[in-house]
Design a protein. Structure first.
Lengths: 115, 112
């Protein structure tokens, strides 16, 4: 089946810097994308989502960009804080396909924020 | 954790024993899901349920079984047929199939 993958498995930044986490997806029919944050030993926590009819969506300190032409998704975190240290997963869903309702998760990127 | 509870947080079992992991949600969500996560890996879908008394196999259903007798409950049984059951198990729910999923805190199962 098709899958979602990440370009960089680890990312280290200094506190206060902006972070960019990337995700490539292969299913061109995917139309819903989510970013999750997972802290050690805990379940994933929803950060932000975006549908394919949008290119950009902003939340509190986070922005998701979607480039459907190259099937690329990114999560930007502004003024990164030590509490942002976690594993970040992108997930995708194809609402009209046979896999409807099933999120496909990427491998994850470990973000480490140094004080 | 968004109104989803999983118990226990840590579970130890001897090889060859069946074990049932609990998942309860009070969000009135129709859809529920079970995922398995191995160290340094993403989430893999085991089973999902769109509605009460209905469930579908995910990508790695072999060696697992589920039931959905109540809307708020979706227990997962790890059977002795599962060759490598030691993992972190995550339950999730969504209002409808395909919507944003909310996750529970997870159960770490170790088979000795």
């Amino acid at each position: 089946g098709e899958s979602v993958g990440l370009h960089l498995p680890t990312l280290s930044v200094q506190e206060g810097d902006n972070s960019i986490i990337n995700c490539a997806y292969s299913n061109s029919a995917s139309d819903y994308f989510i970013w999750y944050k997972q802290e050690s030993g805990k379940g994933p926590q929803f950060i932000i989502d975006i549908r394919s009819n949008m290119d950009k969506r902003q939340g509190q300190r986070v922005t998701v960009l979607l480039n459907k032409t190259v099937k690329h998704l990114s999560l930007q975190i502004a003024a990164t804080q030590p509490g942002d240290s976690a594993v970040y997963f992108c997930a995708e869903n194809e609402s009209g396909g046979t896999s409807y309702g099933k999120l496909t998760f990427g491998q994850g990127t470990i973000l480490t924020v140094h004080p | 954790d968004g109104g989803i509870t999983q118990s226990p947080k840590y579970l130890f079992r001897k090889e060859g024993q069946n074990v049932t992991l609990s998942c309860e949600q009070n969000l009135n969500h129709d859809a529920m899901y079970w995922y398995r996560q191995d160290p340094g890996q993403g989430l893999r879908l085991i089973y999902y349920s769109q509605i009460v008394n209905d469930f579908q196999k995910g990508d790695i259903a072999e060696g697992y079984s589920v039931s959905r007798e109540k809307k708020e409950s979706f227990p997962l049984t790890v059977t002795s047929a599962q060759k490598n059951p030691t993992a972190f198990y995550l339950c999730a729910s969504s209002a409808l199939l395909g919507n944003e999923q909310f996750f529970g805190p997870g159960t770490r199962l170790t088979v000795l």
